[in-house]
Design a protein around this ligand. Structure first.
Ligand SMILES: Cc1ncc(C[n+]2csc(CCOP(=O)(O)OP(=O)(O)O)c2C)c(N)n1
Ligand SMILES: [Mg+2]
Length: 544
């Protein structure tokens, strides 16, 4: 056995089924070990996409996704994915090659200090310097990546260590961990705060979307009967139909949902992670905030909770509900605002304008997606519209990145969702800018025979920045570009492509793409005039 085989055996022991990446010659021993293993090597066409896919595996399963690259240039291409997983709290293990460490036959060719590069982008970055430590380092990598707050870990395996004969070292088996639950003293204090509130409101943040939490959160909301809203990354974490959903805070202030937030005297903030664009701004004289989290809140200028409930969120909330159930006569005090907020947000959703309005696109997508269908967004203007207007009823069915908010992750994250859930409808929604940052991965998706529909919103521009430019009073300059003919482009990859030709054409185009199965691209022209009309002019009149 050599170091590479020991590494792969340790990965198998962690339950790894797939590794995503682009190998280089420094990884060849690892590739050979993978060939003889149960793990599938999934080649991508850019390392960044491999990292986005591995991170999304971690996000959707709680188990670290794994990606691999060569040294120097390949490893540097993983860095955006590392930051994506770090800010987004997605467990991931990145393995990169390196030249031999015992001799330097190629001098400094391609050598970049990747461990130092990765250190600020990860929870842990280490070079493996001998085969004896491989089992413990792999176990430690997965432990660190997966434990709260989850994130990326980097291991560098130099090619001479990979090729070196490995002694008989036992693998370190993983074991189940049970997290501590909130202390009875803080539970009593939290319950007292909530019982004393006149206008309580629950907020569900990014950590509320951890895959294991959905049932516990839904139970808490059902038992406490306090209305809730969510942050962008907290969408779907409570099963729908509770009648308590008030909206999504896609903007930091002055959206309709802020009418409820501003009236609340207590916000029970569950799983909020301040990597997200603030869902509301704390300031002097605002509501009291009770932070419920796996870890204490980070204190920010705009987020400084007055009390905290720290511990495993699910069981802690069950104990909190024991102290609240049936003892909150004011639980629903903010509910009378609900109808009006949701009605305002839902306005003009069926307008027959062409090019299509963002509201219409969100509406039509919702119509063709079943409750458990997964929509994966890239980053652009439409993200705000989907966050505000798209109603989710199942956890992790609207995957968006409100943390690094990078362009280019929409398609790879949808590919991962489709690999994990081949029997569910999966839709990637991308702008014409973001799509072209990872469009080469269509080849990967076709090769993997995925069932996936990619919807491209075409405005021939970096629309989001163009909107900000206009909203800030700058001249319209420097934000437009040309595009390939997306239908022809899709066909070149062996996929089906369709262009939406009328306002009523989007839903049928998506429906027939899903019905046919396989890889489809649907391109639709979008009219972003609504950005100004709604998000600037109309919302300016919403009470501060
Ligand atoms: C990698 C990266 N580069 C730049 C940005 C800044 N940025 C945010 S949205 C955006 C425009 C997105 O354009 P497009 O994908 O066409 O979506 P649209 O807003 O036009 O719908 C840009 C440039 C970013 N978030 N990520
Ligand atoms: Mg665009």
């Amino acid at each position: 056995m050599n170091g590479a085989q020991l590494l792969v055996a340790a990965l198998e022991r962690e339950g790894v089924k797939r590794i995503f990446g682009v190998p280089g010659e420094e990884n060849l021993d690892v590739v050979e070990a993978l060939r003889r293993s149960s793990i599938e090597l999934v080649l991508t066409r850019h390392e960044q996409a491999a990292a986005f896919m591995a991170a999304t595996h971690g996000r959707l399963t709680g188990e670290a996704g794994v990606c691999i690259s060569t040294l120097g240039p390949g490893a540097l291409n993983l860095t955006t994915g590392a930051a994506y997983a770090q800010l987004g709290a997605m467990p991931m293990v990145m393995i990169t090659g390196q030249k031999g460490v015992l001799s330097r036959k190629q001098a400094r060719f391609q050598i970049v200090d990747i461990v130092s590069t990765m250190t600020p982008l990860t929870k842990m970055a280490h070079r493996i310097i001998g085969t004896a430590t491989i089992p413990s380092m792999v176990r430690e990598a997965f432990r660190v990546a997966q434990q709260e707050r989850p994130g990326p870990v980097h291991l560098e395996l130099p090619e001479d260590v990979a090729a070196e004969g490995a002694p008989e070292v036992a693998l370190v088996p993983p074991h189940p961990t049970i997290l501590p639950v909130a202390h009875p003293g803080s539970l009593d204090r939290a319950a007292e705060m909530i019982r004393g509130a006149q206008y309580p409101l629950v907020m569900l943040g990014a950590a509320a979307s951890r895959p294991r939490l959905a049932d516990a959160l839904s139970a808490f909301v059902r038992r406490a009967q306090i209305p809730f809203f969510n942050t962008q990354m907290g969408k779907g974490s409570v099963s729908g139909g509770s009648g308590l959903y008030m909206g999504t805070a896609a903007l930091s202030a002055r959206d309709y949902i802020h009418q409820a937030i501003d009236r609340a005297d207590l916000i029970i903030s569950i799983g909020h992670d301040t990597v997200e664009k603030p869902p509301f701004l704390m300031g002097p004289g605002g509501p009291a905030v009770l932070h419920v989290g796996y870890l204490p809140a980070t204190v920010e200028e705009v987020y400084f909770p007055h009390a905290e409930l720290i511990g495993d969120i699910g069981p802690s909330l069950a104990l909190l509900a024991d102290r609240l159930e049936g003892r909150l006569p004011r639980a629903g005090a903010l509910l009378p605002l609900r109808e009006r907020i949701l009605a305002r947000v839902g306005e003009r959703a069926t307008e027959a304008r062409y090019p299509l309005t963002p509201q219409r696109i969100v509406h039509d997508v919702r119509q063709v997606m079943p409750e458990d269908g997964i929509v994966c967004l890239d980053n652009g203007m439409y993200k705000i519209w989907f966050a505000r207007n798209y109603r989710t009823r199942v956890a992790n069915t609207l995957l968006l990145d409100n943390a690094l908010a990078t362009m280019g992750a929409g398609l790879p994250s949808a590919m991962m969702a489709s690999l994990l859930h081949p029997d569910r409808r999966v839709l990637a929604v991308c702008g014409d800018g973001g799509f072209m940052m990872s469009s080469q991965e269509l080849e990967t998706a076709v090769r993997l025979r995925l069932n996936l529909v990619v919807l491209i919103l075409q405005d021939n521009a970096y629309g989001m920045i163009r909107w900000k430019q206009a909203a800030d009073g700058f001249a319209d300059f420097g934000m437009t570009f040309g595009n390939p003919d997306f239908v022809t482009y899709a066909r070149a990859y062996g996929m089906k492509g369709a262009w939406v030709e009328s306002a009523d054409g989007l839903a049928p185009a998506l429906e027939s793409a899903f019905a046919a199965g396989g890889m489809h691209l649907v391109a639709v022209p979008v009219d972003y005039a609504e950005n100004m009309r709604v998000l600037v002019k109309e919302l300016a009149s919403v009470r501060d």
